[in-house]
Structure formats: C-alpha cells, structure tokens
Design a protein around this ligand. Structure first.
Ligand SMILES: [Zn+2]
Length: 441
C-alpha cells in the first residue's frame, strides 16, 4: 500500500525508551506527522489537530519492537502464513520490524526472492519486513551464496536457519566474507548428526516417555565451534534461539574475551520446559526443543546480564493439518509474535528478573542494532525521530485464545495462559496500524 502517513496525536502515555534511566518513564503527549514525531510536549498541552487521536492513558509508549527471527512462510507455504498475515500478527504484537527467515520455498538465496519478500512486506504495510539471506545455496550447506550480490540489495543478516552450517571449513570461509563485507551471519546451532529423528530435549522426561532425544550438546558444540571460528577470523556472529545453560556460559565467556558475538532467546525457551511434552502434544514440539528449569534460569540470567542481547520469537506458523500429526511427524515450531511482549512482562519483569526498560531493550533497540535497522527502528521517542512506535498497556491482563490470532495458523502453546501487558496501539512509518488492539488494515 502506498497511502500517505497521517497525523496522529497520542495522549496520556509515559515514554520508556533507550534513553530511560528508570521504569517510571517521562509523561508526554506526542504528535506524529509525515512519518516522524513532530511534537513531544507536557501532558495536556495544546497540539495541532490530527487525523487520528489515540488514547494512551495509563500506557507506556516506546520504540516499536523488532523481531530478529520470524518465519512468514511466503513464498511456498502460504497455507500456514503469508507475509501479510504474519505482518498483521507482528503489528498486533507491537513489532514494527521483523527479520524474515530464509527457509521458504524457494529460499532466500537469490535477489529475486529477497526483493519479492521485501515488496510483499511493503504492500502489506503493517511493519517493516526485512529479508535475511541464506548462507548457502538452497540452505543445502554445500556452496556459499554470493554474499555481495544480496548485500547490494540490502541484506545484512545471513542465516541457513532451520539448519546449522555443518561444515566448519565452509563456515570459516563464510565468516571471512562476513568480516570483509560487513554483514552478519546468524547461526542455528545444531549438529545434525546428533539430532536425527529427535522430537524433544534429551533428558529424564524424554527417557520416561521413550522418545528420541535432542541433546543439549548438539547446540553447544556448534556454539563453541563458531565462537572459535570468530576468534580465528575476527568476524562477528549472531546466535539464534539459544536454549541451554551451557550455551549461555559459552557466549558470556566469548563476550568477556572481546569477541563480537550476539545472541537471542525465544520466549518459549524461558517460559516452558520439556515436561510439557508429557501429553505428546505436537504444539510443544519446537527446534531447538524446550529444555529444563535449570536452562530457563540460565536464559533468564543471560538476558538480565546482557549476555543474551535480544528476545526473538522464532514465530513458526504451521497449518492445523500439518501440526496435528503424531509427535514424530509434526513439524517443529510455534507462534510467537502476539504473545512475546506479554510473556516477557509476565515471566521476566513480574518475576523480578529484569526491569521493564531492559525487557524493552531486548525487544526493540538491541535487536534493531543487530539487524542494522537502528537508523529507523529502536530509536528514542523524541522529536524528529521516525514514528515507529508501540503503545503498551502494562496493567492489562488477557488470556491467550488461538481463534483471536491474526496468524493463519493456530499453533500457540499458550492457550488459556493469562498474561500481563498488552499492545494497545502500533504506529508504523507514521500510520496507526493497530488501534485499540485491532489491526486497521
Ligand atoms: Zn532455527
């Protein structure tokens, strides 16, 4: 869509952003015009008329959330999600930018596919859809893509997500390109020979259920290998969806050594354990798998001390026909975009693990920097800045219902969970794309 940005007035919110030094925030009324914040004034001060007036009483206004890890399924698996439906779910979840993972059909290994994904995102007009690029052609792990060609059409983050790059020599060469071309590689850490046929975390619960297990070490070996390859090449690296305590320790040590590594964790990995698989329900099957309470504690500690930079959803829609199969046949993955903020507030802030502004940092300005979007996303809420904003009602409690999602799929593991904190309005490029929790397009 190419409609012009409108003018918007937001009244009654407190600003909590990357410049905040406490969670109380600064009360202010805002006006948005031509895609930017035009006024930021004392509450109740007069402001020029606007096309849209948004009530934000009792709310927080912050920079739009940025998700480093979503599967939008288009092209190729539109039965489960489209770029438009996924963008709508993102906007409802407070996201103004999402990085689209490359495991579509065809995958993001050519400029044609990358440009298609970006253009579909523009057409939907609900959030910025940022295509990642594959590291290897067809994600087959054999030949590197032409990084420079994809970089020339704006790709900055490359990953074979869904699989890790198994061959260490190939990964070394990829890191050398990344260093020289100033792009970022993002690894899905999984040594495939250790996880064949696995459906859940290898541990006590898995043995009791008699299911094939996905050992923590399959992730940790690749985290360790890639940290050493970063040390060797001088390149940086982003670790996707870390799930184990030892992975967090490895990244913490790598950062202490001065390596340019960053990491993310997904809400399901810091809120659910492998015990959830006890009912053999495939909605809880995810890759990497749900782990143990000790892993959850380590992920929360890693988020709290900044070892883990970002909360990323790994939003992975699957149509009911696909997900409602026996556990060993059902594809891994769960929805994430619309529940991420509520889960983070409920399980990280309310438990005392993290401050509100630290959580917002992990959901907005820190991932914006990793994705190289920080000229327009995750910016301070101030006059002249691009109007990519979210208004959150921190006191609202709500119960997750799968029939209320904007996604084409229904595979959320949080059905019936009550969460604290809900998106009231989302403003993307100066347009109100979510008003009172409802997408406007
Ligand atoms: Zn992955």
């Amino acid at each position: 869509m190419t409609d012009r940005p409108s003018s918007i007035v937001v009244r009654g919110a407190r600003i909590v952003d990357s410049t905040s030094t406490d969670d109380a925030g600064r009360p202010a009324d805002l006006r948005v015009e031509d895609g930017r914040i035009s006024h930021c004034v004392e509450p109740g001060s007069p402001l020029p008329e606007a096309d849209t007036n948004l009530d934000a009483a009792g709310c927080i206004v912050t920079s739009g959330l940025v998700d480093l890890h979503v599967h939008l399924r288009e092209p190729g698996r539109e039965e489960s999600e489209t770029i438009e439906s996924g963008s709508r779910a993102a906007a409802r979840g407070g996201f103004t930018a999402v990085v689209a993972m490359p495991n579509t059909e065809p995958p993001h290994d050519s400029r044609v596919v990358v440009e298609f994904v970006r253009e579909q995102g523009r057409r939907a007009g609900l959030c910025e859809v940022v295509p990642s690029g594959c590291i290897t052609i067809g994600r087959a792990g054999e030949h590197l893509v032409t990084f420079a060609e994809l970089r020339d059409v704006g790709v900055r983050l490359f990953t074979d997500d869904g699989s890790g790059v198994q061959d260490p020599q190939l990964m070394r060469r990829a890191l050398e390109y990344a260093r020289d071309l100033d792009i970022t590689l993002a690894q899905h850490c999984e040594v495939a020979s250790l996880t064949r046929g696995a459906v859940m975390h290898e541990g006590a619960c898995c043995s009791r259920l008699g299911l094939p297990g996905w050992p923590a070490v399959a992730e940790e070996l690749m985290v360790h290998r890639d940290i050493e390859l970063c040390r060797l090449t001088g390149a940086g690296m982003h670790f996707l969806h870390l799930s184990t305590a030892r992975s967090v320790e490895l990244v913490r040590a790598a950062k202490a050594d001065g390596l340019k590594v960053t990491a993310e964790a997904a809400p399901h990995h810091f809120t659910l354990t492998d015990e959830a698989l006890g009912g053999f329900d495939p909605v809880f099957k995810v890759n990497p798998p749900l782990r143990t309470p000790a892993d959850i504690a380590a992920l929360r500690a890693g988020l709290a001390d900044g070892t883990i930079d970002a909360i990323a959803t790994d939003h992975a829609p699957h149509a009911p026909r696909l997900k409602e199969q026996p556990l060993d046949e059902a594809p891994p993955g769960m929805l994430g975009l619309e529940t991420a903020l509520g889960l983070a507030l409920t399980h990280l802030v309310d438990t005392g693990s993290m401050s509100l502004r630290a959580v917002l940092g992990a959901l907005s300005w820190r991932p914006a920097r990793i994705a190289r979007l920080d000229d327009r996303q995750g910016r301070p809420v101030a006059v002249g800045e691009p109007a990519n904003l979210v208004v959150v009602d921190p006191a609202a409690t709500w119960t997750v219902r799968p029939d209320e999602t904007a996604s084409r799929s229904r595979n959320t593991p949080y059905v019936g969970h009550t969460l604290r904190g809900r998106v009231r309005h989302t403003i993307f490029e100066g347009r109100a794309v979510v008003v009172d929790g409802t997408a406007t397009r």
